[in-house]
Design a protein around this ligand. Structure first.
Ligand SMILES: [Zn+2]
Length: 196
């Protein structure tokens, strides 16, 4: 997934080639947005890279709704730096049916482009697959996630990753599953977050 990108992914302006010796040595990923475009994104305070401002809103729309897959490279350098960890990265899963419609796994793709290893410890369960749960479980919780089959979370450290945090409900539900399954610790990190 490591790809040479020579033009800004958002405006198409030519990017200054950065070929310093330390960049080659550290194997760091080169920027994919020009300085002008990049300056529209606002760094977040905690547990997220950026705030959900107008630039991020437009970016998410172009990436997720319009399906501009190439944009997955936009923040690869920052993500690689932020998620340098010994914890297991767990992307928020999309439901398989939804995946078919969208044709690509947007959250996974962000990690792929940043060269970040991750494991799917969670599966998404929706109406059509509610049969996977028994009646008591269905009644007990509205949690759309279950622990992935054949996965043990016991004693492990996790960082749950998603592209956006709004109310935090999705992340909390995902964390609950891992915690209930015996995780030693569960943290979260997102590309963007609304400052509520
Ligand atoms: Zn640009």
């Amino acid at each position: 997934m490591k790809q040479a990108i020579t033009a800004c992914l958002l405006c198409g302006n030519t990017l200054q080639p950065v070929r310093s010796w330390w960049q080659l040595l550290s194997n760091q990923l080169a920027p994919t947005l020009c300085e002008a475009c990049y300056s529209n994104f606002e760094p977040a305070q905690t547990d997220a890279l950026f705030t959900y401002n107008e630039a991020m809103k437009a970016w998410l729309n172009q990436y997720k709704i319009l399906g501009d897959v190439q944009l997955a490279h936009s923040f690869r350098t920052e993500l690689a730096r932020a998620l340098k960890t010994t914890a297991i990265i767990v992307p928020i899963p999309v439901h398989p049916a939804k995946l078919e419609r969208r044709t690509f796994a947007q959250v996974d793709m962000l990690l792929d482009c940043a060269g970040i290893r991750y494991t799917h410890y969670l599966c998404k369960v929706e109406d059509s697959t509610q049969g996977l749960r028994n009646r008591a479980e269905r009644l007990a919780s509205a949690n759309p996630f279950i622990l992935a089959p054949n996965k043990s979370a016991t004693g492990k450290h996790f960082i749950v990753f998603d592209d956006i945090k709004t109310t935090g409900t999705t992340l909390r539900q995902a964390c609950d599953i891992l915690t209930q399954a015996g995780a030693a610790s569960v943290k979260t990190f997102t590309l963007s977050a609304s400052e509520l």
